[in-house]
Design a protein around this ligand. Structure first.
Ligand SMILES: [Zn+2]
Length: 391
């Protein structure tokens, strides 16, 4: 009896498991029977035809008629089955194509030439193990993602937890709650990409592409009482025309620690340790005063150039990554401005009781330095020849 999709009355996990298993075993049995192009077409239409194919039927008979509380579970199941069926159909198509090539070759009487031996001709009609396999390239971690993961793991080892947030943010989280008041000139330093058609909304509710990962600091403090130690990896956007060192989309890793009695000494110790973990135990760090609206005092941190060892020279050539200074600017940091706690006061962040530090760095920039890449655009152009070097 050919397989038919049953109507489901019982939506318990056990019943779903059983129904899925029956469907998959019918799929595998039918796929194994396919021996030629016509057989493949019939198989394909039976399973994936839009009109009354088995996938359409499970959608109608299982998912659409599922009771409300089982919909999620059934939906996941159906998605898995769709994936399994589509994979099997593709595999079957490729196998048929291989069989057709073999058949053609046989018709010309050149069996022996295909594999250099008589053995292939004596094999079953179905499988010729001497034909080349299907090459499916295995992907690898993108160098920027790899770098982000490395940075995150340094902080995870220090007890930081990972937090993420939306890339499309409100003006409130991206600016206002981080102590950038409306019309504050500091907003100009972050050329923002706004979502169109937001004019009727109040400024704080307008949507934009986040210009930094810092909104996640506020979002996390709204959810978690102090003490917190978090690290925030993510994608950010600014209205920067693309060139060798700028991209309208790039990646940041940001961190925040809030507790009682956290001092600038904790900030320095933590970041110095992190840089040694990332760039080698011999790197030195130093801090220069800076300004960010959400930290006070603020600093830029430099690491001694791990490319020229701090000398500013590579042999007789000038060292370009550190611009011959021996130091590379690597991140911005500072003590959390008490005004920022004001936005999460009712969540237990009383600026008289808690203190903390925050820092943020560009993951793409760290990747550029680590891999000696001279153009940030290379990371995002999707050129496989470039990306293959990082496998
Ligand atoms: Zn250098």
């Amino acid at each position: 009896m050919p397989y038919t999709v049953p109507k489901l009355t019982d939506y318990s996990p056990e019943a779903l498991e059983k129904a899925s298993a029956n469907l998959l075993s019918a799929l595998n049995a039918e796929a194994a029977q396919v021996a030629d192009e016509d057989g493949y077409k019939a198989f394909r239409d039976r399973w994936v035809a839009r009109k009354n194919g088995i996938l359409t039927q499970i959608n109608d008979l299982w998912l659409k008629s599922a009771p409300k509380d089982a919909k999620r579970e059934v939906g996941q199941r159906v998605n898995e089955l769709i994936g399994a069926v589509e994979t099997r159909v593709t595999e079957t198509e490729l196998r048929c194509r291989d069989l057709a090539i073999l058949k053609k070759a046989r018709a010309k009487g050149i069996d022996a030439e295909i594999d250099g031996s008589r053995r292939a001709a004596e094999l079953s009609d179905r499988i010729d193990i001497t034909l080349p396999g299907i090459h499916r390239p295995i992907g690898a971690e993108h160098p920027v993602i790899k770098t982000m993961n490395e940075i995150v793991s340094v902080f995870r080892n220090l007890g930081y937890s990972v937090q993420e947030g939306p890339v499309i943010e409100t003006d409130y989280y991206n600016f206002e709650a981080l102590n950038f008041p409306p019309n504050h000139p500091a907003r100009d330093t972050q050329d923002t990409l706004f979502i169109a058609g937001q004019d009727s909304k109040q400024q704080r509710d307008r949507l934009l592409l986040r210009t930094h990962t810092s909104p996640v600091q506020i979002r996390t403090m709204e959810r978690m009482k102090p003490p917190i130690r978090i690290v925030i990896p993510g994608k950010v956007h600014r209205n920067d025309p693309p060139d060798a060192s700028h991209s309208p989309m790039f990646h940041q890793v940001e961190g925040l620690a809030v507790d009682t009695n956290i001092t600038f000494g904790d900030l320095k110790g933590t970041l110095d340790h992190a840089m040694k973990m990332l760039f080698g135990s011999s790197v030195k760090t130093h801090f220069r005063p800076s300004f960010f609206p959400f930290t006070e005092p603020s600093a830029e941190m430099y690491v001694s150039c791990f490319i020229c060892g701090g000398s500013g020279k590579r042999g007789t050539e000038p060292c370009r990554p550190c611009k011959q200074t021996g130091w590379i600017e690597i991140l911005g940091c500072g003590m959390v401005d008490p005004n920022v706690y004001g936005f999460v006061k009712d969540k237990g962040y009383d600026s008289r009781k808690v203190s903390g530090f925050a820092f943020g760095m560009g993951a793409d920039r760290v990747a550029i330095l680590n891999y000696g890449v001279d153009d940030i655009q290379m990371f995002f152009q999707g050129d496989v020849r470039f990306l293959q070097q990082f496998e």
